[in-house]
Ligand binder design. Structure first.
Ligand SMILES: NC(=O)c1ccc[n+]([C@@H]2O[C@H](COP(=O)([O-])OP(=O)(O)OC[C@H]3O[C@@H](n4cnc5c(N)ncnc54)[C@H](O)[C@@H]3O)[C@@H](O)[C@H]2O)c1
Length: 263
């Protein structure tokens, strides 16, 4: 078991990539904390894990709130006695060109997709240090690496997350804490629909082209040209979280099929 008895928080763990990560980490022996605003899906996820014999806890949390994130980390350490792994996966797909992005929209995307990782790391790092090391995996995006029309705030938030990853990796290497990001592209999830529901004020601009989260293309396409599966990202997260990646930090791993190299 690659994560036997490790304690892991997964933000955004109720759906999509986060949910696949939670399920895979549980199969690898970890004790899971699912942190999400979607409590209905979160409860269902935890019930399913418990029914399968895994240990899991749901902490309803908005990652843009300092209070919620402090509570999340406190409840985790109180319940499981420490923390080893943090996966920052919660995110929203809110579109708009620079001109169309009013300050509130910009701020909300940056708060949920970028400042959230600063916030969770700030509260979690002392606990990882106490354990003598740990692993942080930040779910960024191909859109943080390349330009994408009408995704100004989203692209900036994900580029910032890749930078923050390198920064924390450099700052905490002496504590044996590894920090890596994954940049997925084209993963079949309900990211846009979920974002519209969670953030109705900033609902999707219908003129914007499909983001990295595209609907599943026809199955006759070669595997590397189809939309990826949430599990494709979860396997990368498992590798980075595990001891197999013990000498890897500050890395940004692209999981995007052929989108990684060619459109
Ligand atoms: N799907 C893709 O193609 C793709 C590509 C690149 C990056 N990503 C990133 O992957 C991550 C997961 O997205 P997904 O595609 O699985 O979509 P998803 O909608 O299935 O998952 C996102 C999760 O985050 C939660 N969430 C949103 N805002 C939150 C908040 N403020 N506090 C707590 N939880 C919150 C949602 O409830 C949901 O469970 C996101 O960060 C997204 O930007 C996705």
């Amino acid at each position: 078991m690659r994560l036997k008895d490790k304690v892991a928080i997964v933000t955004g763990g109720a759906n999509g990539i986060g949910r696949a990560t939670v399920e895979l980490f549980a199969r690898a022996g970890a004790k899971l904390v699912v942190a999400d605003r979607d409590t209905r899906a979160g409860k269902e996820c935890v019930a399913q894990l418990e029914a399968g014999g895994s240990q899991a806890l749901l902490v309803p949390a908005d990652v843009s709130s300092d209070t919620d994130v402090a509570t999340l980390v406190n409840q985790t350490t109180r319940r499981w006695g420490g923390l080893d792994i943090l996966v920052n996966c919660a995110g929203v797909d809110i579109s708009g060109s620079v001109v169309d992005t009013e300050p509130e929209r910009w701020q909300r995307v940056l708060d949920v997709n970028l400042a959230s990782a600063y916030r969770t790391c700030r509260f979690a790092l002392p606990h990882l240090i106490e354990r003598g090391g740990g692993s942080i995996v930040n779910i960024a995006s191909l859109q943080g690496m390349y330009g994408w029309p009408r995704y100004a705030a989203y692209a900036a938030s994900k580029a910032g997350l890749i930078g923050l990853t390198r920064q924390i990796a450099a700052e905490y290497a002496d504590h044996n804490i590894r920090v890596n990001s994954i940049s997925p592209g084209g993963i079949a999830t309900q990211l846009r629909a979920n974002s519209d529901q969670l953030e109705p004020r900033f609902a999707h601009d219908p003129g914007a082209p499909p983001p990295a989260a595209a609907p599943a293309p026809p199955p006759e396409l070669p595997r590397l040209r189809r939309a990826g599966l949430p599990e494709d990202v979860a396997w990368a997260a498992l590798f980075l979280a595990s001891e197999e990646a013990a000498y890897i930090t500050g890395h940004n791993l692209v999981v995007g099929g052929v989108l990684s190299v060619a459109l």
